[in-house]
Write a protein that binds this ligand. Structure first.
Ligand SMILES: NC(=O)c1ccc[n+]([C@@H]2O[C@H](COP(=O)([O-])OP(=O)(O)OC[C@H]3O[C@@H](n4cnc5c(N)ncnc54)[C@H](O)[C@@H]3O)[C@@H](O)[C@H]2O)c1
Length: 262
């Protein structure tokens, strides 16, 4: 069933990982889209593959979400390529963890710049072009770390908590203009590249345990006793992108197998 037939979307950070899965799901649901990433080689491959699989128009653009002018131009280009814009999925993000006493401040600022300021830049530029139609939806991919502090992960939690403030404030500002702004707070996607290529190593080092012990520790914290899967998040993206969620704005929805309930 194509629940998003004819929708026009941007997905940031969609060369790989969760963003790629979201781009693929939107295409399967009948949307055309532009995928943005700083890694243009990978983004181009991903967009081509999804276009071939689904028959949708899927474009790739090199965009750094922290560059306000680049984002503004890329939104205008997406409107030209797609013939409009009604969905912006703000997924691009990074995680740098570390002990707070020795945390390098430039790394701490970088996390805030990408995960918080970058989100605001992308959301407001998308809303700018949605306003004349009085119709559009912004979805931020947040995290359970946006609801509860995260061990040796102060920069990421600060950016994600802040992201919920941005989501709620934009939702208030544009509710009467037909624009909805919501966030999704996934649990740990333990099979994603973020974990397999980086976090297992970072956490094993920071916590003085093995990578296998890190995996077990994070699964044990989930009432449903399994990691979050891309599909779990994509199901909620489709719901929030569709008119089925018409009366919802300013929400931050947990997709955590019961790990976060507030
Ligand atoms: N993986 C998890 O367990 C998990 C859990 C909860 C929330 N999240 C959130 O999901 C989102 C995606 O995470 P992921 O695990 O797929 O990460 P990932 O690192 O696999 O993918 C992120 C993508 O964003 C791109 N990117 C980074 N900086 C960028 C920038 N300045 N401009 C444009 N693109 C940029 C990267 O090149 C990469 O392709 C993030 O917002 C993350 O915080 C992830």
């Amino acid at each position: 069933m194509e629940r998003l037939k004819g929708r026009k979307a941007i997905v940031t950070g969609s060369a790989q990982g969760l963003g790629e899965a979201i781009l693929q799901r939107l295409a399967k649901e009948g949307a055309d889209a532009v995928g943005w990433d700083i890694n243009i080689e990978k983004m181009t491959e991903t967009a081509k593959r999804i276009a071939e699989q689904t028959g949708r128009k899927i474009f790739a653009e090199k965009v750094d979400i922290t560059d306000a002018e680049m984002v503004r131009n890329a939104v205008d280009k997406a409107v030209e390529l797609l013939g409009g814009l009604d969905l912006m999925v703000c997924n691009a993000g990074i995680l740098i963890s570390g002990d707070s006493i020795s945390f390098d401040i430039s790394a701490w600022r970088k996390v805030i710049d990408i995960d918080l300021v970058g989100y605001f830049i992308c959301a407001r530029e998308a809303i700018r072009v949605m306003l004349p139609n009085k119709y559009g939806t912004v979805i931020q991919i947040n995290s359970k770390s946006g609801k509860k502090g995260s061990f040796k992960n102060s920069a990421y939690a600060a950016a994600k908590f802040g992201g919920i403030g941005v989501t709620q404030s934009l939702a208030l500002e544009f509710a009467e203009h037909g624009i909805r702004v919501n966030a999704i707070c996934p649990g740990n996607l333990l099979d994603s590249p973020l974990w397999t290529e980086s976090l297992f190593k970072q956490y094993a080092k920071n916590q003085g345990i093995t990578e296998e012990e890190v995996r077990k520790k994070y699964i044990d914290q989930v009432p449903m006793k399994r990691p979050c899967r891309y599909e779990d998040v994509c199901n909620v993206v489709v719901f929030l992108a569709s008119d089925e969620s018409n009366y919802m704005t300013g929400q931050a929805i947990n997709v955590t197998g019961g790990q976060e309930m507030r």
